[in-house]
Write a protein that binds this ligand. Structure first.
Ligand SMILES: Cc1cc2nc3c(=O)[nH]c(=O)nc-3n(C[C@H](O)[C@H](O)[C@H](O)COP(=O)(O)O)c2cc1C
Length: 336
């Protein structure tokens, strides 16, 4: 009820401004003690990637790109929070406007392009937070790093963030950085995963702590590409896979006036495609590594559908914009 009032006001302003305003308000409330940071609710707890999740519901990457709102997000009761995507160096992202609401279908199109303050800034924020729940840090490459040097960006970012994260996500599936999704190709991915695994091992030897790595993939893959990725994930002993990022497909919103906006589509119109990839991964992986399901979870029923498709953990982003924090309660009740 409260959120539907706030939503009417928030939807009057530009989406990026509304986003910052609501997260600032939540974080202020947590810092003043109005809500408790780090109060994860225990619902269907589980151990995955060697980590104990108090519940399987997390915040997806992109909501808190610079880890500035962890205190507030931690107060929502979720089982884990993923921050980023962070790149080695700060970068402004694409020109505005770059986020579009599609309220009729509970969707969003964004072409932000990894706008973020860089890895040093993110780690300063992480050091300051009172959130002590499970923290994932999602890493990417700078837009102006040539593709032949992309692996170096990922290795650099992994080295920097791993000592401060419970797990690290490698994002090669954003549609808003030119050519990034090429890294999902067989040879490119084999090389990238090889470099990440050897870095992960040397970090574990140096620091005495193994930090799991998840790979985040796109929904716009042919079935044979999903199978090929699954084989590489197993061969490289990756720790988890996150499916999916936003889609460049527009079939689900073909008649919408904003359907021609460039960028990644998220929210309800993405749900079927994400479920499809999760089902296919579940079959191909056969339990070899856990799947984190994300895409269009806008209700308790859709959260259950994602878990039934084979996900062990789930994440939300766009659903929170339309439904507010009440969505978290609804999902945790539905899966209890
Ligand atoms: C505005 C916006 C920004 C996003 N930024 C990132 C990002 O930086 N890194 C990433 O891995 N995913 C990013 N995502 C994708 C989400 O993490 C998620 O995979 C996708 O939106 C599907 O989930 P949803 O339908 O619940 O939003 C972003 C999504 C949105 C809507």
């Amino acid at each position: 009820m409260l959120y539907s009032l706030a939503r009417n006001l928030l939807f009057q302003v530009d989406p990026e401004r509304a986003h910052a305003l609501s997260l600032q308000a939540l974080t202020q409330a947590a810092r003043c003690g109005l809500v408790q940071p780090g109060s994860a609710r225990t619902v269907q707890p589980r151990t995955l990637m060697g980590l104990q999740f108090p519940n399987p519901l997390g915040i997806a990457a992109g909501l808190d790109k610079n880890a500035e709102y962890l205190d507030g997000l931690g107060a929502l009761g979720v089982g884990f929070v993923e921050v980023g995507t962070v790149t080695p160096r700060p970068q402004p992202g694409n020109p505005k406007p770059r986020v579009f609401r599609l309220p009729e279908v509970e969707g969003l199109i964004n072409r932000l392009g990894f706008n973020n303050n860089g890895v040093d800034y993110l780690l300063q924020q992480v050091a300051r937070t009172r959130y002590h729940g499970i923290l994932g840090i999602n890493i990417g490459k700078n837009f102006d790093t040539p593709m032949e040097k992309a692996v170096e960006d990922y290795v650099f970012a992994l080295r920097r963030v791993a000592p401060h994260a419970h797990y690290v996500t490698v994002n090669i599936s954003s549609p808003n950085t030119a050519n990034l999704r090429q890294l999902q190709g067989n040879e490119e991915l084999d090389r990238l995963l090889g470099a990440l695994k050897s870095t992960q091992q040397s970090l574990a030897d140096d620091n005495g702590r193994y930090v799991p790595i998840a790979l985040k993939i796109a929904p716009d893959l042919m079935p044979e590409q999903v199978d090929a990725i699954a084989r590489l994930l197993v061969a490289h002993r990756m720790d988890a896979v996150i499916a999916t990022n936003t889609t460049v497909a527009r079939q689900s919103i073909a008649s919408h006036p904003l359907s021609r906006e460039t960028g990644g589509l998220s929210g309800a119109p993405l749900h079927e495609a994400s479920l499809h990839v999760v089902r296919q991964l579940a079959k191909a992986l056969d339990g070899a590594l856990p799947i984190i399901g994300v895409g269009g979870i806008t209700s308790g029923a859709r959260a259950k559908a994602m878990l039934d498709a084979g996900a062990s953990l789930i994440q939300v982003y766009t659903g929170l914009i339309y439904r507010g924090p009440g969505l978290i309660d609804e999902i945790l009740e539905a899966i209890a």
